[in-house]
Ligand binder design. Structure first.
Ligand SMILES: Cc1cc2nc3c(=O)[nH]c(=O)nc-3n(C[C@H](O)[C@H](O)[C@H](O)COP(=O)(O)OP(=O)(O)OC[C@H]3O[C@@H](n4cnc5c(N)ncnc54)[C@H](O)[C@@H]3O)c2cc1C
Length: 333
C-alpha cells in the first residue's frame, strides 16, 4: 500500500516493512512500462499478521473495547429493529448491543447477508487469488514491484521483501479460475519461461501460501448503509477493480463511516436517512468515482485478450511522449 497511509498510522514505520519505490508492469505479450518514483512516496509491504495486530492495538489504545475470539453470526432483533449482534465464542453464545452497527468482517461477512443489503457473492462478483511468500536467490530489483497482466482478465504480481524473499501471487475472476484451476494458474505463473529467465532463476522455498477471494466490481452502492447499520471495507467492495488493493480504501471507508456515526450519535438519529450521509461522504464519493473509471479502464485493457494493453505498452516503449501519458494513466493518484 502507499506510504500515504503513514499519515493515518505513523506507527507502521515501527513494523518490519519493505519499501518499494517503483513498479514495472507487463502486458500479456510482455511489453513493459517501468515507473520509478521521484517524490518521497513509496509502497509499503507489510506482514499482514503484524500489520493487523498493530491496527487492532491502536484502536484499543484509542478506547475501543476488544472482544477476542468472537465470531459474529446474526443480529439481535427487538421489535423489528437491529439492536446488536450475536456472536459465538469457543465457550458460549454472546450478545452485544449498540446504537449503530458497523460491519467490518471482510469478504466472508455473514451479517452483510443477514442484513439483506446484499446476497452471497456470486462468481461474477469475485476474483480468486493465490499467493505465497517464497525465498531464494533471484534477479528481482528489490526497489520495484512487478505486475504481469494476463490475456485473460487477471494478473500476477511479485513484490520483493528484501533481497531473498518475495511475495508472489496471481488472481483472476472466479469464473475463469473455475475453468483453468487457480493452482494451475499459479503454477504456470511462477514457472513462466520469461519470469524464470529474467527474475526467478533458481528453486524456491515456500514459506507460506494461501488462497483468497476479493471483490471484483468496486463499491457495492446498495450495501453501504441501512437503519442503524454501516458497511465498510471488503464487506461493501472497497477494493480497486484493477489492482485488488483495498487496505487504504477500507481505511478511508472506515474513517467516513466513523464521522457519519459520530454525527448520528450526536443527533440521536440512527435512521438510514441520517446514515445515507456515508454514501455521499467526500472520501466515499471520491472512491466511487475513481472505481467507476477504473472499471471502464479494466474493460478497455482486457478487451480482445489484452490487445489494448499490449498496444499501449508497446507504443510507450517507443514513444517518450506517449510513455509519459501512459505513466499518468497507471500511476497518477
Ligand atoms: C491475496 C490478496 C492480496 C491482497 N493484496 C493487497 C495489497 O497488496 N494491497 C492492498 O491494499 N490490499 C490488498 N488486498 C486486499 C485487502 O487485503 C483487503 O481489501 C483489506 O484487508 C480489507 O480490509 P477489511 O478490514 O475490510 O477486511 P479484512 O482485512 O478481511 O478484515 C476482516 C476481519 O474480520 C474478521 N472476521 C471475519 N468474519 C468474522 C466474523 N464472523 N466475526 C468476527 N470477525 C470476523 C476477520 O478475521 C478479519 O480480521 C489483498 C487481498 C488478497 C486476498
Amino acid at each position: 500500500m502507499s506510504s500515504e497511509i503513514l499519515a493515518l498510522y505513523p506507527e507502521i514505520e515501527n513494523l518490519n516493512i519493505a519499501k518499494i519505490t517503483g513498479t514495472k508492469i507487463y502486458s500479456a505479450n510482455l511489453h513493459s512500462l517501468e515507473q520509478r518514483r521521484t517524490d518521497n512516496l513509496y509502497s509499503v509491504i507489510v506482514d499482514r499478521l503484524d500489520f493487523d495486530d498493530l491496527i487492532r492495538n491502536i484502536a484499543v489504545d484509542k478506547g475501543a473495547e476488544l472482544f477476542d475470539k468472537n465470531l459474529s453470526y446474526d443480529f439481535v432483533i427487538k421489535e423489528g429493529k437491529r439492536i446488536g449482534v450475536k456472536t459465538k465464542t469457543p465457550e458460549e453464545i454472546k450478545e452485544y448491543y449498540g446504537k449503530i452497527i458497523i460491519l467490518a468482517d471482510g469478504m466472508s461477512s455473514k451479517l452483510a447477508i443477514k442484513s439483506g443489503l446484499r446476497s452471497k457473492w456470486e462468481l461474477k462478483d469475485i476474483i480468486v487469488s493465490k499467493c505465497a511468500i517464497m525465498e531464494g536467490e533471484n534477479k528481482l530489483d528489490y526497489n520495484l514491484g512487478y505486475v504481469f497482466f494476463q490475456s485473460y482478465m487477471g494478473y500476477g504480481w511479485i513484490f520483493p521483501l528484501g533481497k531473498k524473499r518475495f511475495n508472489i501471487g496471481c488472481g483472476s475472476p472466479a469464473e475463469i479460475a473455475l475453468k483453468v484451476n487457480l493452482n494451475k494458474m499459479f503454477g504456470n505463473f511462477i514457472n513462466d519461461q520469461y519470469i524464470k529467465t529474467h527474475y526467478l532463476t533458481s528453486d524456491y522455498k515456500t514459506i507460506w501460501s494461501g488462497s483468497y477471494p476479493l471483490a471484483r466490481n468496486g463499491i457495492l452502492e446498495k450495501c453501504l448503509f441501512s437503519d442503524n447499520l454501516l458497511c465498510i471495507g471488503d464487506v461493501a467492495g472497497f477494493v480497486s477493480p484493477i489492482t485488488g488493493e483495498g487496505i487504504h480504501q477500507s481505511m478511508h471507508s472506515a474513517k467516513a463511516a466513523a464521522e457519519v456515526a459520530v454525527n448520528a450519535l450526536e443527533k440521536e438519529d440512527y435512521s438510514k436517512d441520517t446514515l445515507k450521509a456515508y454514501r455521499n461522504h467526500p472520501d466515499v464519493k471520491n472512491l466511487r468515482r475513481v472505481f467507476k473509471s477504473l472499471l471502464r479502464l479494466r474493460d478497455f485493457f482486457f478487451e480482445e485478450n489484452g490487445k489494448n494493453l499490449n498496444e499501449m505498452l508497446e507504443r510507450a516503449e517507443n514513444d517518450p511522449e506517449y510513455r509519459e501519458k501512459a505513466l499518468n494513466i497507471f500511476f497518477a493518484k
